[in-house]
Design a protein. Structure first.
Length: 210
């Protein structure tokens, strides 16, 4: 069910709806109906539903809705790549509780978001949230997406699952799960921002065996 509408999507929604009203008043019923339908589709895209955020300690939740398309182990941890189609919610959420310690914007190309080159070449905004651990993640604009809108700034305190940004249209999120956590998702899994658990902190016994 469609919930709230993201505030930065409201201007996009109002234009076709106002156009639909004007066309209806002028008797242009078909054009009015098409504009109204387009407005509904935009409303669906910019939906911002409330989510139930897990409250257990030691969790990292998904920063985005979408499909897990890649898991890569690196020296910094496990990179979890999530692809957002135009049908997914595009509001991004904080994966952990902490302070926004870094936020860097990089202009770039607009390759398809499922293309691995998108992570290195596309328009991107990289965040680091520092809590008990530091979690790094990048919001990557895709072929359709042309704008990343940040709602939080460096120095802001965020709770796990807080709304922090919006990527307009299809996109990708790459998040590095730090060492000391067990990744709980697999390639092909569908996840929901703020509510799906991506990783769980290892217990002391688990760490002692490694």
């Amino acid at each position: 069910m469609i919930g709230l509408i993201a505030k930065d999507g409201i201007p996009f929604l109002l234009v076709p709806l106002i156009g639909a009203i004007v066309c209806s008043l002028l008797g242009w019923w078909i054009l009015g109906a098409l504009l109204f339908l387009f407005g509904l589709l935009l409303g669906f895209f910019f939906r911002d539903p409330n989510r139930t955020i897990p409250q257990q300690p030691g969790l990292i939740v998904s920063p985005a809705d979408g499909k897990v398309i890649k898991l890569v182990n690196t020296i910094d941890g496990t990179v979890v790549s999530i692809f957002l189609s135009i049908f997914n919610v595009h509001v991004n959420r904080a994966p952990i509780r902490g302070v926004v310690s870094s936020q860097k914007y990089r202009p770039g190309k607009f390759r398809f978001a499922f293309d691995d080159r998108a992570s290195k070449e596309n328009e991107c905004m990289t965040w680091i949230i520092k809590g008990r651990e530091s979690v790094k993640f990048s919001l990557v604009a895709g072929w359709v997406a042309r704008r990343i809108v940040a709602w939080k700034e460096p120095g802001d305190q965020v709770e796990q699952g807080d709304r922090i940004a919006l990527i307009r249209f299809g996109s990708r999120v790459d998040m590095t799960v730090p060492p000391g956590f067990v990744v709980t998702v697999e390639t092909g899994n569908q996840v929901r921002g703020g509510s799906s658990i991506i990783a769980i902190r290892k217990s002391k016994s688990d760490r002692s065996r490694n």
